[in-house]
Design a protein around this ligand. Structure first.
Ligand code: NAD
Length: 298
């Protein structure tokens, strides 16, 4: 029987590991937080005493960790020394491209089969098993990775070789950060020009200003019922996480020599919004900063 080691069962990892267990597979979990392990055990996973113990008996090892430094440490100290030869090792954390390539090379040199597979979709998608995975791995390995991710996935797309999943994720989220700011600025200007926001939505959603940030995730409360703007900007994609992804994009652009001036400006605006104390609001709440109406955020 297939055995999965899952390292990092926080906000995202808990739902992901639970869906793997629900699919009938044995899922051994480890987290530095004992409370996180206890929650996963309650949800049907098996707790491991140590990370090495979880990894040693597994044919698939999945990591869902906060940042690149954690991933590098777990690969160097646990996965590479303890995983069985031939094990599939999939990092689903959002990290920098350089670290993703470094740990993939380290794992491949140790006879493991590495993939980076960051996700789009938040905690609700992790719980529902409807995440979108962007996968960086050898072409020949992709179908195996796709099958192993399927209990957690709505879709898995092969982005290219090692690190390509991370590259796809930060490029996509840079578009999202910039487009959301564009939509917010337009609402703020419409308001100053005494153009009713609802009328502006009606026009732009049927004109060339149409985009996902406007018509699926409208920052102005009202026009899109399911958007976080209608619930006090709670429970969506945290500003802090958008800021993390924009920073990763800027770091990657600096290393690669790519010109991303709007990405840089987006990072600066979200950093300001975070410093003003709104890092745990949905990223579309930046509208209220651009309107000069931070008083509308509780
Ligand atoms: P989280 O902080 O809730 O969970 C991370 C978990 O890793 C924690 O439980 C922590 O204790 C554990 N951990 C830290 N170091 C560890 C180690 N050495 N060994 C084992 N466990 C360790 O974070 P999250 O929201 O679940 O995010 C995880 C990753 O997913 C991040 O890279 C994040 O950018 C990405 N992501 C998050 C979301 C979201 O909406 N939360 C969406 C997409 C992607």
């Amino acid at each position: 029987m297939s055995q999965i080691a899952f390292l990092g069962v926080g906000a995202m990892g808990l739902g992901m590991a639970t869906n793997l267990a629900k699919s009938g597979q044995r899922v051994i979990v480890y987290d530095v937080s004992a409370a996180a392990v206890a929650r996963a055990a309650e949800a049907g996973c098996e707790p491991a005493g140590t990370a090495a113990e979880a990894v040693a008996a597994a044919d698939v090892v999945i990591t869902m960790l906060p940042a690149g430094s954690h991933v590098r440490q777990v690969y160097a100290e646990t996965i590479v020394p303890h995983a069985a030869k031939g094990a599939l090792v999939v990092d689903c954390s959002t990290i920098d491209v350089a670290t993703a390539r470094e740990v993939a090379a380290m794992a491949a040199a140790a006879g493991l089969r590495p993939a980076d597979a960051p996700v789009s979709g938040g905690v609700m998608a992790a719980e529902a098993g409807t995440l979108a995975f962007m996968v960086g791995c050898d072409e020949a390995l992709f179908e195996t990775v796709r099958q192993r991710l399927s209990p957690m996935a709505r879709v898995a797309i092969h982005a290219g070789g090692a690190g390509a999943g991370q590259a796809a994720k930060i490029c996509n989220n840079m578009v999202l950060g910039i487009s959301m700011l564009g939509v917010c600025e337009a609402f703020a200007l419409a308001e100053k020009l005494e153009l009713a926001p609802e009328r502006f939505f009606e026009v732009a959603s049927q004109s060339s200003g149409q985009c996902w940030s406007l018509t699926s995730y409208c920052p102005w409360p009202g026009p899109v019922a399911a958007a976080p703007s209608n619930r006090g900007y709670e429970g969506g994609f945290l500003t802090q996480l958008m800021l993390k992804d924009l920073k990763l994009a800027q770091e990657a652009a600096a290393v690669a020599g790519a010109a991303t001036p709007l990405g840089a400006q987006a990072e600066a605006l979200y950093a300001l919004f975070d410093r003003l104390g709104h890092g745990r609001k949905d990223f579309s709440a930046v509208l209220q900063m651009l309107r000069g109406r931070l008083d509308e955020l509780s």
